[in-house]
Design a protein around this ligand. Structure first.
Ligand SMILES: Cc1cc2nc3c(=O)[nH]c(=O)nc-3n(C[C@H](O)[C@H](O)[C@H](O)COP(=O)(O)O)c2cc1C
Length: 331
């Protein structure tokens, strides 16, 4: 059941902060962990290819915990019919939003002509958004770059924005750098093309009634606040993953809600309880603890915490005692 109304992007928008979609990282265990740290952040899944959603083992791919709301499923693809079908399946699963990936530059994605390549095909993006909007009642959004390769970033981004607003898109999340489709790895494409926040601010100035979120290179709460003066929301990826405790500040500093006062003990106990259930249903400890390595960054015992989780938690019969043992190094 989805708990968040579609209006969460509209008058006035409820979204100010999101954790970015990250393949291999923001899986359901990672998101459950993050939700203990922030009640307010919008959480994105990893990208799922529409064909995989349609033909794969849905329960395994798409299931998530009720606690994870609000949660957005990111789709990759370019066939409007398939995307609409995948969106319908996701809505049935209870997701609050569907997001179309128009920013990923990997070779795999380029071979399938989706992800960042779609910056070159704004009409296809618009058709996909329209098809999904016709099919589902939850929010449909797009995550894009400011352009690819030698595209004129002024023209390319406005062109895409125009098309998707006309198609009914509820929000545009912009990773504020170009993707260079040839010659850079996906990792390099997250660092080497220069950030251009001004371009996103200008987009917001032009489309003041549309929801525009900014992503890329954000490392501090003060940077988020700065971006919020000039666009609607900020999305953060790597900073959250490497230093998740930072999420504890989001509800109070960004949403003006009470500070998250969850103690280290309560947090670890909640994760132990969740992990025990996962192991009892055939899962591995490391599926969960791999997302927790950065939790105590900068604290006494953090190195030992990481060592225990990196080495012992990966053993086939590892159980929650390893997590408790690692935590003892901190407390
Ligand atoms: C490991 C990893 C996987 C990623 N996978 C995706 C993805 O599946 N879909 C997507 O739109 N972006 C993906 N990204 C890009 C992030 O969503 C984000 O746009 C990028 O990291 C820039 O934000 P940041 O500087 O806050 O990390 C990924 C990034 C990382 C580090």
């Amino acid at each position: 059941m989805n708990s968040t109304p579609i209006t969460f992007y509209h008058s006035p928008p409820l979204v100010k902060f999101a954790v970015a979609p990250m393949l291999g990282w923001t899986d359901r265990h990672c998101r459950f962990f993050y939700r203990l740290l922030t009640k307010k952040a919008l959480l994105y899944t990893e990208m799922f290819v529409a064909d995989t959603v349609i033909h794969g083992i849905r329960k395994k791919l798409l299931a998530f915990s009720d606690e994870e709301h609000p949660i957005a499923l990111q789709l990759g693809g370019s066939d409007p019919k398939k995307l609409a079908e995948a969106a319908r399946i996701a809505e049935d699963f209870g997701y609050d939003e569907i997001n179309l990936n128009v920013g990923c530059p990997s070779d795999r994605v380029q071979a399938g002509v989706f992800g960042a390549c779609l910056m070159l095909h704004p009409d296809v993006v618009a058709q996909a958004v329209e098809a999904m909007k016709r099919t589902v009642t939850i929010a449909v959004t797009v995550k894009c770059r400011i352009g690819v390769d030698d595209q004129d970033e002024e023209l390319a981004l406005d062109f895409l924005a125009d098309r998707v607003w006309n198609a009914g898109c509820d929000a545009l999340w912009v990773h504020a750098r170009k993707a260079w489709l040839k010659g850079l790895s996906p990792k390099e494409n997250r660092d080497i093309p220069p950030l251009n926040y001004k371009r996103v601010y200008n987009l917001k100035r032009k489309y003041e009634n549309n929801f525009i979120g900014l992503n890329g290179g954000i490392k501090s709460i003060s940077e988020i606040k700065e971006h919020l003066r000039l666009c609607d929301a900020a999305m953060v990826g790597r900073q959250v993953y490497h230093n998740p405790i930072w999420l504890c500040l989001i509800d109070s500093e960004i949403y003006g809600e009470p500070q998250n006062n969850l103690s280290d003990h309560d947090l670890i106990n909640a994760m132990c309880e969740y992990t025990a259930k996962h192991i009892a249903s055939g899962g591995r400890l490391s599926h969960i603890t791999r997302h927790m390595l950065g939790l105590f960054q900068g604290r006494d015992g953090a190195r030992r915490w990481r060592q225990i989780l990196s080495h012992n938690a990966t053993k086939i019969d590892a159980n929650v005692h390893i997590l408790k043992e690692a935590f003892a190094a901190i407390s």
